[in-house]
Every structure is written in structure tokens, then in C-alpha cells.
Design a protein around this ligand. Sequence first.
Ligand SMILES: *[C@@H]1O[C@H](CO)[C@@H](O)[C@H](O)[C@H]1NC(C)=O
Ligand SMILES: *[C@@H]1O[C@H](CO)[C@@H](O)[C@H](O)[C@H]1NC(C)=O
Ligand SMILES: *[C@@H]1O[C@H](CO)[C@@H](O)[C@H](O)[C@H]1NC(C)=O
Ligand SMILES: *[C@@H]1O[C@H](CO)[C@@H](O)[C@H](O)[C@H]1NC(C)=O
Length: 958
Amino acid sequence: MSERILVVLLLALNCLLVAKGETADEDFTTLRSLISTWKNTPPNWVVSDPCDDWEGIKCKKTRVTSITLSSFGLGGPLSGDIGSLSELEILDLSYNKDFTGPLPQSIGELRKLSTLILVGCNFNGPIPDSIGNLQELLFLSLNSNSFSGPIPPSIGSLSKLYWLDLADNQLEGSIPVSGDDIFGLDNLHHAKHFHLGKNNLSGTIPPQLFSSEMALIHLLLESNKLVGSIPSTLGLVHSLEVVRLDSNSLDGPVPPNINNLTNVRDLYLSNNKLSGPPPNLTGMDALSYLDMSNNSFKPLDFPEWFTNLKSLTTLKMERTQLQGQVPSSLFGLVNLQTVVLKDNKINGTLDVGSSYSRQLRLVDLETNSIDIFKQNEVPGVTIILKDNPICQEIDERAAYCSSYKSNFSYSTPPNNCVPDTCKSGKISSPNCICAYPYTGTLALRSPSFSNLDNNTRYLMLEESLMRYFKSHFVPVDSVSVMLSHQIMDPTQYLKLNLQAFPSGQDHFNRTGTSQIGFMLSNQTFKPPQPDFGPFYFLADKYEHFGNDEGLPESGKHSNIGIIVGAAVGGLVLLVLLLLSGLYAFRQKKRAEKAIGQSNPFRRWDTVDSKSEVPQLKEARMFSFEDLKKCTKSFSQVNDIGSGGFGKVYKATLPNGQVIAIKRAQKESMQGKLEFKAEIELLSRVHHKNLVSLLGFCFDQGEQMLVYEYLQNGSLKDALTGKSGIRLDWIRRLKIALGTARGLAYLHELVNPPIIHRDIKSNNILLDDRLNSKVSDFGLSKSMIDSEKDHVTTQVKGTLGYLDPEYYMSQQLTEKSDVYSFGVLMMELISARKPLERGKYIVKEIRNALDKTKSLYGLHEFIDPAIGLSSTTLIGFDKFVDLVLRCVEESGEERPKMSEVVREIENILKSAGTNPTEESPSISSSYEEVSRGSSSHPYNSNDTFDLSAGSPYPKVDPV
Ligand SMILES: *[C@@H]1O[C@H](CO)[C@@H](O)[C@H](O)[C@H]1NC(C)=O
Ligand SMILES: *[C@@H]1O[C@H](CO)[C@@H](O)[C@H](O)[C@H]1NC(C)=O
Ligand SMILES: *[C@@H]1O[C@H](CO)[C@@H](O)[C@H](O)[C@H]1NC(C)=O
Ligand SMILES: *[C@@H]1O[C@H](CO)[C@@H](O)[C@H](O)[C@H]1NC(C)=O
């Protein structure tokens, strides 16, 4: 007997030990540090393993891929450590109203993220522009938070994005559209949803925003501060179904081609300053809900074409200067439910006719000039004629002479049972069981119906919710829907209260609430379409998780242990305690490690308690030991080059990530404060054409910077043939474009702007797809710095690339980078060093230039490796023109980097290449010649010179 128990016990212990520790160390560490700043975390998160036991966390193999913590009642800030969960695909923190603080820049490091949902939290500050790095993102929902600042243009680079919801925040500035190397929402050709309502967006609606390539179905811009006219390009987006432009300050006439939008079901233009005649909407056969109230339209006789809108359910035109008589044929539209034409100059007779719509509920004509009402009464329809001559002159006590009050309400009736009287805050469910329901508001942003008394709709909603819960095994017993008197706010959302009751117990656990929350936040549940239209859901805080769940796992196990242990004897108890003690110790170690890493600057503090902690969230602090280990004590093998700063080492982190470490030589070390300032600067910039800083080391008297490693080396290596990469013309243009984009970002989008000061081919790196990335900001100075010491003490840069104007005046501006860029482009065309044996490439090219000849007479300068024989150099002349402008003597005459970007984009477009398109796979984009092979036409020996005058070794192209 006791033996059997022992076996059972040992098996249990075995499970305990084997099942733990499934999570990869780096993710475990990150999660620990994330939750260390959160409150209300579930009790079992303390000791158990995330991949095994944490509700809301899902893993593939040992890596965390999904975090869905919807309605967990969590709070606190989201720390920058989130960026380390590099395999994360889904992040849903919706309906945790106590999440505050900014969304960290490092969110941009979650390169695999496809779903980001933060609806109904309380995040604030600007939306980080690094969000544009999330190239896999399909679903972005940041609505109902307190985000401020502009919509980052980088969102426009999310080419896969399908859902964009930023509504109900305090976003300001204009709607970004592309241009000048800035992305814009017009690039989002796959997006179906732009939900940007209830913000402080200003400026005009840019005409470029719309094109016929878009797939948009919901365009929601209501309740902002937009001005100007509605662009006629809107008429190109044929896929549109819901258009809300209401409650802005739009003016001018409505573009007549709006009736091109034949799929539009809901059109809201109300509460603007639109002028001209109301638009002729003939042809909009899907139009169901039309609101054009409160505009400055020209007086217009009631238009006949209204009566052709066969799908119309709702017509609202308050205060629009309508005049003349309402044709009775209007009321014959079979789907018509509501007509609100208050505050107009409608006169004559109101005749609803005999064959009016069966669904008609309300005709509100308050404050008009009607003096006869033919029917006097229409069964089932509320007619309002208050403040019309008929009410003043004939009978002001008639029912139709009072103003309209909606007093409709609905709530799900009990399901053939008698509601219970419940205690301690519980509520009786439709099945008359007392429980704590999960509650929230389902807001319909644009329902296609307006008569609220049709209960069929609410029943259909309840049924479809229940069907959905059942099919997804969510433990819901029943749902109830409530509509209390509709509060008319400018948004006109129809808000339904939802209650979901738990099945089998009187409350939900966190798994249950997060399932319901996620299902509604990620919009996989669709209310009966098309009646309900686009919706959002806001859950209330759920406070009834109870005490019977989430007990520490080890607690449960040791309970069993104690019971069994007592039966078996002291020995087994001792073993058990030992083992669980061991386990607890291990977990404690991991947790300590986690906390240590979550605040790397604690260690910084101890280095120098006077220096402030750097203000950065993304860059990790590495210890000297960490980096020593992964470079095999900075061995020769890992040494991949050297620069002004010191040596560069390649290394692999324990998680497999390949990195490049720049280790400062003693001579080039900076002061602590300067080093700190530099890391802060570097970690502020994120762009796909800039090499990203991953971390740094400031330990044991060392200064090191840790960067992403780019496998194809520098542009210089490519041009000299050292890396075995052959660059054709288009590829070179793309490298030029990438470099220019990186610089344009530094100059024009970073605040304060950053001047690179050392643009050269060694500093342009190529990734696995040969995209160029600008590196080495070792000499970079932000404008603020250069303003402080106006006369720069020391001219820095590399001879050959150096801007002569800067050299003379010592006044640094962005235009110095433009000059160096121009030189670099000459190098890119020719594969010649800028300065060699007294020959200066800029001068050489200027002298040889002859615009009357083909290729401007520059044949001898063109790098044969471009493959002249097979490709025509499309746009070569234009490119040379641009490059020459970059190296103008006077900085003022040089173009801005954004202009350079635009020009190169145009050249690429004229060459039939889409400049925004990602390169295809590496194998098709360039020829990889076997490295180091003697048959390679280039030789890495720089001094071996075949063609006189060429700085780089050359032979004829194969
Ligand atoms: C109407 O829509 C179609 C389809 O998108 C488009 O090709 C056409 O140019 C549009 N016409 C006008 C006048 O906007
Ligand atoms: C409205 O447009 C239709 C079709 O384009 C046209 O037949 C009709 O005459 C127009 N009505 C008015 C009042 O302009
Ligand atoms: C109604 O108003 C129109 C335009 O203001 C006017 O021409 C017409 O005579 C009026 N009709 C009646 C019956 O007052
Ligand atoms: C009530 O709504 C349903 C669903 O939209 C519709 O089929 C039905 O005709 C409506 N009934 C009435 C009386 O309006």
C-alpha cells in the first residue's frame, strides 16, 4: 500500500519537475520583468512556468508567441522589455483600464507581430513611429486610449495591414499621406478599415489619401477637426461601404462624383459647413442611412432623386434649407424607417400616402412651414409637426404637435423562468441563475437601421453571440442585451449593454474573460450583417475572479505532498520538501535574474551614482562578461574590422541572434556622460534604413555598442568585390534610395535632427536582401549639440567625402551630409575611391561630363560590374544630374535629402521598378559568386590595379 503511494508521489514529483521550465530563458526573463511593474497579476504567475501554466500566454516550442490578457484587470506601465519577445505574434491587452503610460518604442522590435490590440486601456503619449517596423502587422487596434500627438506616418509602411483603429484618442495633426520619404495611409492598399473618429485630427482630408487601388470598406473620420473640402478622389474608392465624415468643419461643395460610391450603405456628412447644393445621390443604390444635417447647403426644393434610393432606411436632413413639399412617394420606399427633416422650410401639405413603408416609425418635421397634414394620424408612425403653421393655427393639442422623445428601451426577457432575487451583487441571468456576469458596451458605429423597436434584431444578436461562444468553447451560459434610452451624442453610436453569464459556476475565471474579451476586441465575432455595421466593444472591469483559482501550483503540489507524506512517513516528506525547495530556489534565481535585467540602469547607477540613468527603453545593457563570452574573449576569429571607434566583432548571443559589437579603444573612449548621451541618441532613432542599436556595455572600464549584424557587409566590400556581391544598376539605385531614406529620416524626422558627419561606403551596410542601412553614428551630433558650441572645435569626417564648405566655415549643417552622399553616389556609379593618387572623383567627373553625349560621356567612369552589356542604364542621366546637385559648392544649392529620395524614386519608377517594393529573395536579386574563389573577377587586394586610374581592381565583366 505505502509503496504504491510512494510511486504515485514520485510520479507526481516527476511531473512537477519535468513540466516546469518549458519557457526559453530569454522570454521567461522578459515576462518576469514585464509583470514586475504590473498590478493585479494572477497569483499563480509567481511560481509557475509561463508556457505551461500562465493563463493568456501561448508558446510554440519554448517561445512565447501569443499574449492575450484581455479583461484581466491588470494595470501599470508596459515596459520597453516587451521588445525582447522576438517571436510574439499576438499581443492583446484590451480592457485593462489601469494600463497607463506610453507605448514603448521597442514595440517596433516585435517583427513577427501580426495582431496588436490595446483597445480600452489607458495608454497615453504619442504612438511610437517604430510601429512602422511591424511589417507583419495585420490588425492594429489602439482605440479608446489616451494617445496624443500625430498619427505616425510610418503606419503607412505596414503593407499587410487590414485593420487600423485609432479612434477615440486625442490624436492631433493631419492625416499622413506619403511624399518626401514619408509614408502615409494612402499606401495601405490592403486596409479595409480606417477608424480614426473621435480624435483631434486637423488639416484637410488630403486628396492623395484615396485611390482606386484601395480596398477600404469603412472610412470613419467623424468627430475630428478636419477642414477644407471633401476631395473628389473619394469617389475612386469603390469598395467603400461606410463613410463617416460628420462632426468636422468641412466646407465647400460635396464632390458630385460621390454617387460613384455605389456600395456605400451609410453616409454621414452632418455637422459640417458644406456649401453648394446638396449632392445628387442618384445611383447609390445600396444607400441605407443618410445624414446630411446641419450644413450650409444652398436652398433646394425637395429633390425627386431621394425617392429613387431604394435601400433607404433613414433620411436625416435637419437644418439644410430644404424647401417645397415632401413628395408622398418618399414614404413609399419599402425599407424606410425614419425621416428627420427638422428646421427646414418645407411647406404645403404633408401626405404620407396610403402605401407607406411597413417599417416607418418616425417622421419628424419640427420647425417647418407645413400647414396641412392630410392623414391627421398614421397608425404605427410618430409624426412630429411642432412649430409648423398647422400646430399654431389649427390644433396645438394634437399628438403630432409635441416634440419627439425617444423613450424606447429593451432588455432580454427571462427564458421561461422567474428571475431570482440575488444576493451579494449577483445578477439574475436570462436563465434565472444568480451569477456575476461579464459586462461591457457594444457600440455600433453605424447601424443601417434606425427604428429601435424591432426586437428581432436584439434576439438575433443574442443568438449569434451564443452560437459563437458555444462553437469556441467559451463557458457562457447565456447573454443579455440591454438598450436604455438612447443618449444622442454627436457620434450617434448606438450603444448596447452586454452581459455574458458564466456557465456552471457563479463567476468567470481569467481564461473565460480573456476569451470573451479577445473575441470582441479582435473582431472575429461579427454581429448579424449588414444591419449592425462596424462596432467596437468596451468591457467593464471584471472584479469577481474569486479565490478558488490561480493558487500557486507548488502550493497545490505541496498540499498533496503533505497529505501523502503524512501517510507514508517523514522520509518522503523530506524528499518532497527538498525537491520543492530546490524548485523554488531555481524559480527564485530566474526571477532575480529577470529583475536584474529589467532595470539594467541599476547597474549603471552603481557605476557612477552621479550620472543619470540614460533615458532609453530599447537598448539592453550587456555585461562585459556577456560580450566576452560570446566573442570568445574578443578573439581574432570574431574580429571583422575596425573603424574610428575601435574594433568590430561579430558574435552570436545565446538566443541565436547575430550581433556586431563595436569596442572602443582606450584612446577613443568618451566620457561617461558623452557615452550616455550617445546611447540615448542612438536608441531614439528607428528606421529600416538605419542599422539598429541593440544594446551597449559600460562595464569594467569598457565602452561597447551592440548592433544588429548585417550579413552582406559594407557597400565598400560590395563595390570592391570583396564580398562577392554583384550590383546591377537597379540594385545600385535601390541602395542609393535606401541610404537617402535613412539620411532623410535623420535630418527631417528625428527631433532634434541628427547630422551623420561621416557618410562613406564603409558606413553603408547591406542586409540579406541587399537593402542598405546607414551605420556608424559614432561621429553623429544632434543639432542641439552643434548649436551649443556653434563654432565646432574640430572638423570630423573622412577625406574625400568631406564637404569643402563645412571644412572652411566649420559650420555643420545637414547639407554637409548631402555633399558626402553625392560623393558616395559617384563612388557607387564608378566603384572608384573618392580620392586617390591626387585625383578627386568630383572634379574628375565634372571635367569629363559632356551632356551632349550618351551617358553624359562618362563611359570610362562606369563600373563595368554594373553589367553594361546586358542592361541599359535607365535614368542614368537624371541620376548624374541629381548627384551633381548634391556636390554643389554652396550648401544652399544642394537638395534636401527628402528631395533626393523623391528624385531617386522617380528614376526607379521610370525604370519600371516599384521603389516601395521589397526586394525579392536574395538569390534572384543578385548573383552570388563563390567567395574567395580564384575565378572571381575581383580580388580583395586593394593595391592590385589592372586598369590605370581605377582605385579598385578591375577586369572586364564576365
Ligand atoms: C468611379 O469609380 C471607378 C471605379 O473605382 C473609377 O474607375 C472611376 O474613375 C470613378 N469615376 C469618378 C468620376 O470618380
Ligand atoms: C441627378 O442625377 C441623375 C443621374 O445622374 C439625373 O438623371 C438627374 O437629372 C439628376 N437630378 C438633378 C436634380 O440634378
Ligand atoms: C412653398 O415654397 C416654395 C419655395 O419657397 C414656393 O415656391 C411655393 O409656392 C410654396 N408653396 C406653398 C404651398 O406655400
Ligand atoms: C425587424 O428586423 C428584421 C431583421 O432586420 C427584419 O427582417 C424584419 O422585417 C423587421 N421587422 C419589422 C416589422 O420591421
